[in-house]
Design a protein around this ligand. Structure first.
Ligand code: AP5
Ligand code: ZN
Length: 217
């Protein structure tokens, strides 16, 4: 399956993507995680992305689209993928469509996670991520690690993302409404959008998402 996951910052895209990708046996491709890995490795791409991310803005398409396409071209993504955080504006969605068309394949679904803004703020405020691997995600109240400040998966140090400060979150939400939400209409016109509520326990949301993807919402 080829799936795009969309939803505001802190909706639980990364959390759900990990379970959905496992259930569906497809790679989880997160442009946010790719950027963070580049930043921690000190690559040129990471240096280009950092200032935009710290300010809560989108990284320019010239950098992002190439990185996403390179990742999708890797062999584990040949039979499908779950995209998390890409596309994030209409021009990225158009580029993705062109790339898929060139390979004679199509998206199967765009899963839209709906969460009220006050819940998003609570989820982001308590989020802690692993320094070794930013897809290892915890929450101080909702999914606390067994040992405070230590990743359950790899033992790495947990920290609060620099772009999770109150001001930057406000900016990221604004960017989501103005630049990312329009892709929902873009994909709705293609009949691809399935919207689910992302409220409730993590496993309840995963079940809802799997049912929606199977078509029995
Ligand atoms: P990115 O990393 O994609 O951030 P985001 O979209 O803002 O999403 P988040 O990672 O904040 O949240 P999430 O929805 O994954 O939630 P999570 O599962 O962690 O992008 C960061 C930046 O990179 C962007 O601002 C931009 O600069 C750049 N970028 C990335 N892609 C780009 C692109 N395509 N173009 C241009 N720039 C790009 O969950 C949040 C918290 O809630 C966690 O603590 C979790 O434990 C908890 N939680 C999850 N589910 C539940 C639940 N059901 N109940 C209770 N708590 C829950
Ligand atoms: Zn870890």
């Amino acid at each position: 399956m080829r799936i795009v996951l969309v939803g505001p910052p802190g909706a639980g895209k990364g959390t759900q993507a990990a379970f959905l990708a496992k259930n569906l046996s497809i790679p989880h491709i997160s442009t946010g995680d790719l950027f963070r890995a580049n930043i921690s490795q000190g690559t040129e791409l990471g240096k280009q992305a950092k200032a935009y991310m710290d300010a809560g803005n989108l990284v320019p398409d010239e950098v992002t689209i190439g990185m996403a396409k390179d990742r999708m071209a890797q062999s584990d993504a040949v039979n499908g993928f779950l995209l998390d955080g890409f596309p994030r504006n209409v021009s990225q969605a158009e580029s993705l469509d062109e790339a898929l068309k060139a390979d004679d394949v199509k998206l199967d679904a765009v899963l839209d996670l709906e969460v009220p803004e006050d819940e998003v703020v609570k989820r982001i405020a308590g989020r802690r991520v692993c320094r070794n691997e930013s897809s290892h995600v915890f929450h101080v109240t909702y999914s606390p690690p067994k040992r405070e400040g230590v990743c359950d998966v790899c033992g790495g140090e947990l920290y609060q993302r620099g772009d999770d400060s109150e001001d930057t979150v406000r900016k990221r939400l604004e960017v989501y409404h103005t630049q990312t939400e329009p892709i929902i209409d873009y994909y709705r016109a293609q009949g691809l959008v399935v919207t689910i509520s992302a409220l409730g326990k993590v496993d309840e949301v995963t079940k809802r998402a799997m049912d929606a993807l199977k078509g029995d919402k």
